[in-house]
Write a protein that binds this ligand. Structure first.
Ligand code: ZN
Length: 345
């Protein structure tokens, strides 16, 4: 068995080496699980790996894997994952819960140098927090890293974590990233280090909170100067979203990447300097892959179960709410009867 593992490592290393033709980054070195340790929280275990790294794994991963947030629109290559949804597809109010099991730690504690909102006629889709170069930046809540890449559009090194309540947090301009797409992270786990990569004139953390790609003011939920969560239950009003979240506007030419949707696809997918896209992740990837699109002529149906909403179906099947309504001859306010078969594709 040991021989087999060594062989597998050698093959992976050779493959990586051939594909990359540069020194292996730490994140590309194959990792083998070594030990599983308890933590101070029953629902989380710590798994250590042969390369000295570690990951937190939920004890009952089934609950996390089956959360609606992780069963659709999973895109590790692009910044934005909900391209089939528009702002008008979102409900007027979304109830966001920060349960005890999601944990919390402020990504950094410090002065907000630049708040969310309009700045010189442009959109600033996050907050800028003063940090030191190399300072550890923490995951705000438990979740799974959806995207960890170099972004040529201005974010520099960016990590995006998706949380079970559907929110995503963005950590940009990092000097170094400490996690890879697919990693489970705990609130307070280091996702990277403070820096000024990308379009940043000074060292700072650019931090965003998004739901279905749409940004809102992170200060609505986090007090960065005290490092405290403002509320456990948050009614996310559609009016809070910035209509230009995914639009072209940048912010005073300094750091905001905000590319047009079409352009974002190509430039987001540019190869990173430190890793080759498609480099196989050696340990089992816990994240569900986005299912391949069904052939257009094959309709897909979904039987309504308790808790289903049009939005959840839209997110799960990648079909806009408006399209769902049109295909089933219903409206956004139609009650979804249990057992009804809705066409979803
Ligand atoms: Zn910023």
């Amino acid at each position: 068995m040991r021989k087999l593992l060594v062989f597998a490592v050698a093959v992976c290393a050779a493959w990586n080496g051939a594909a990359q033709r540069v020194t292996l980054a730490r994140e590309d070195i194959p990792r083998l699980p070594v030990d599983t340790l308890p933590t101070d929280r029953d629902e989380v275990r710590l798994v250590t790996f042969s390369d000295g790294t570690f990951r937190y794994i939920p004890t009952n991963r089934y609950i996390f894997d089956s959360a609606p947030a992780y069963t659709s629109n999973w895109d590790t290559l692009n910044l934005y994952a909900y391209r089939t949804l528009s702002l008008s597809d979102l409900p007027r109010v979304t109830d966001i819960e920060f349960s005890e099991t999601h944990g919390f730690r402020s990504p950094a504690i410090g002065q907000v140098m630049s708040p969310y909102g309009r700045r010189n006629g442009r959109s600033h889709n996050g907050v800028d927090i003063r940090v030191e170069h190399g300072q550890p930046i923490f995951a705000a809540f438990d979740g799974v890293v959806r995207h960890s890449r170099w972004n040529s559009g201005g974010f520099g090194n960016i990590v995006i974590v998706r949380h079970p309540n559907g929110l995503e947090t963005y950590y940009a301009h990092l000097s170094r990233r400490a996690v890879s797409a697919g990693d489970w992270v705990r609130a307070g786990q280091v996702v990277g280090y403070g820096g000024r990569t990308g379009r940043a004139s000074a060292v700072h953390l650019h931090f965003e909170v998004r739901y279905a790609d749409q940004s809102f003011d992170p200060e609505r939920v986090v007090d960065f100067e005290r490092g405290a969560l403002r509320r456990r239950d948050f009614a996310l009003n559609r009016d809070y979203f910035n209509i230009n979240s995914r639009a072209t506007e940048g912010l005073d030419g300094e750091e905001e990447p905000g590319q047009p949707l079409a352009a974002a696809t190509s430039s987001d997918a540019l190869p990173e300097t430190s890793a080759v896209p498609g480099t196989p992740v050696p340990d089992p990837d816990p994240t569900p892959a986005t299912p391949p699109p069904a052939a257009p002529e094959a309709p897909v149906h979904h039987k309504i179960v308790s808790g289903d909403t049009l939005l959840a179906l839209a997110m799960r099947y990648g079909t806009p709410v408006a399209k769902l309504c049109e295909m089933n001859n219903i409206t956004r306010t139609t009650t979804l009867r249990l057992g009804r078969n809705l066409r979803v594709k």
